[in-house]
Design a binder for this molecule. Structure first.
Ligand code: UDP
Length: 384
């Protein structure tokens, strides 16, 4: 057996910790690789960073870049420099990043200048909305040469339509792995419903943090008043930027709305799992809602997760439509049932293992097979 190959995994925000934890776990179960985990520091709030990372069992980072808050340009620029220096020092065979943040953009650009293969997890998502910085980040990261791990056939098709045809693999989304790894424990051990005094199927969850919703005070007010007037309690774990915008505008808990701190992953999974519906502008939460059969109202004009809308489990809404949609979901069980039942949009929960298998096969210059049984040849099964 040759010495293990080095893989640098770069993560720095809440969704990256959730979705890269299964990849890091699979890397650590393979004797082909050793992992260098780099925390960019893009999320630095304790609840979104250290507490969240620990709650998804992602190991302590080997390197913490501590980039912190800055303009998009400054943050991305500093990260390109810092990641570039790490690549020069460690010379990893692979550099892995996930999603659409400034961290992934910086990792992609830095990797493109070095002899390492850039690997984009969750490649090929497209909202078509260039007003969102995430769309630019994901398009640019996808066009850096390397391996594209697309979560769905549709995402792979998006890449092909843009001329990215080499080394595109449909792996499923690691969000399913994370959910599979944590849901049983969340159901067993989380007391989050008791803490908030709610009963299963008798409350709604809300998460809103995109600039379009949060930075426009009039739009934020319309969202808040719809949640205040909801027919059941609404538990709203507010992202720090949302919390600040709410405070500035004089909003807080009131009526049906209860604003709380961001939750650890197991608590959030349990809360979402028991909800009548979720009101969100998050990407990952749209996916998790479909997995957990929770009807989803997405407060955006578009989504890079169109399969959820096509499957009928997610509806795009303007703020003024939230109230009517929530009343219909709370009072009409048929409507609620009609917005569930698409649990398999994102794969079989083995995306992390499949990605690591692909990395191994590439070292051996072999054509990979991606069915679930074959995955186990490279990655040991997790201990039961
Ligand atoms: N999440 C969490 N605690 C919370 C809210 C969300 O653990 O209080 C998780 C959620 O389960 C999902 C991820 O955070 O996996 C989504 O992150 P976010 O909405 O910040 O980012 P996006 O997916 O929109 O990029």
């Amino acid at each position: 057996m040759n010495a293990p190959e080095s893989v640098m995994v770069v993560a720095g925000t809440r969704p990256e910790f959730v979705k890269l934890a299964p990849v890091v776990d699979a890397l650590e179960r393979s004797d082909r690789f050793e992992t260098l985990l780099v925390h960019s520091g893009q999320h630095y709030d304790e609840l979104l960073s250290e507490r969240l990372r620990e709650s998804v069992s992602l190991p302590d980072p080997d390197v913490h870049l501590g980039v912190g808050s800055a303009s998009h340009a400054e943050q991305t620029g500093r990260l390109i420099t810092a990641i570039g220096e790490l690549l020069e020092e460690h010379e990893p065979t692979y550099t892995v990043a996930q999603g659409d943040t400034n961290t992934v953009l910086a990792a992609a650009i830095a990797a493109s200048k070095r002899p390492t293969t850039f690997c984009h997890v969750e490649a090929g998502l497209r909202s078509g909305d260039r007003e969102m910085p995430e769309e630019t980040n994901r398009v640019l990261a996808d066009h850096v040469e390397g391996l594209s791990f697309a979560p769905t056939e549709e995402a792979a098709e998006n890449l092909r339509n843009e001329g990215v045809t080499e080394d595109v693999y449909v792996t499923g989304n690691t969000v399913v792995d994370a959910c599979r790894d944590n849901l049983a424990e969340a159901r067993d051990s989380s007391d989050v419903l008791d803490r908030f005094g709610v009963r299963p199927e008798e409350y709604v969850v809300a998460t809103i943090h995109r600039p379009r919703n949060v930075d426009d005070p009039a739009r934020l007010r319309r969202i808040v008043s719809a949640l205040e007037d909801a027919p059941v309690p609404v538990i709203f774990p507010a992202h720090p930027r949302t919390e600040e915008a709410l405070r500035r505008a004089g909003h807080g808990s009131g009526g049906s709305l209860r604003v709380v701190d961001p939750l650890e992953y197991l608590d959030f999974l349990r809360l979402l799992d028991g909800a009548t519906a979720v009101v969100t502008d998050s990407g990952g939460v749209q996916e998790e809602a479909s997995l957990l059969s929770v009807p989803c109202l997405t407060v955006r004009p578009n989504t890079e997760r169109p399969e959820t809308v096509e499957a009928g489990v997610n509806v795009l809404v303007e703020p003024d439509a939230i109230g009517g949609e929530l009343r219909s979901l709370v009072y009409d069980p048929d409507r609620r049932a009609a917005m569930t039942g698409a649990r398999d949009l994102y794969g079989d929960g083995r995306a992390g293992e499949r990605i690591v298998r692909l990395l191994a096969h590439r070292l051996d210059h072999e054509e990979p097979e991606l069915d679930a049984d074959a995955v186990e040849e490279v990655v040991e099964s997790p201990a039961e």
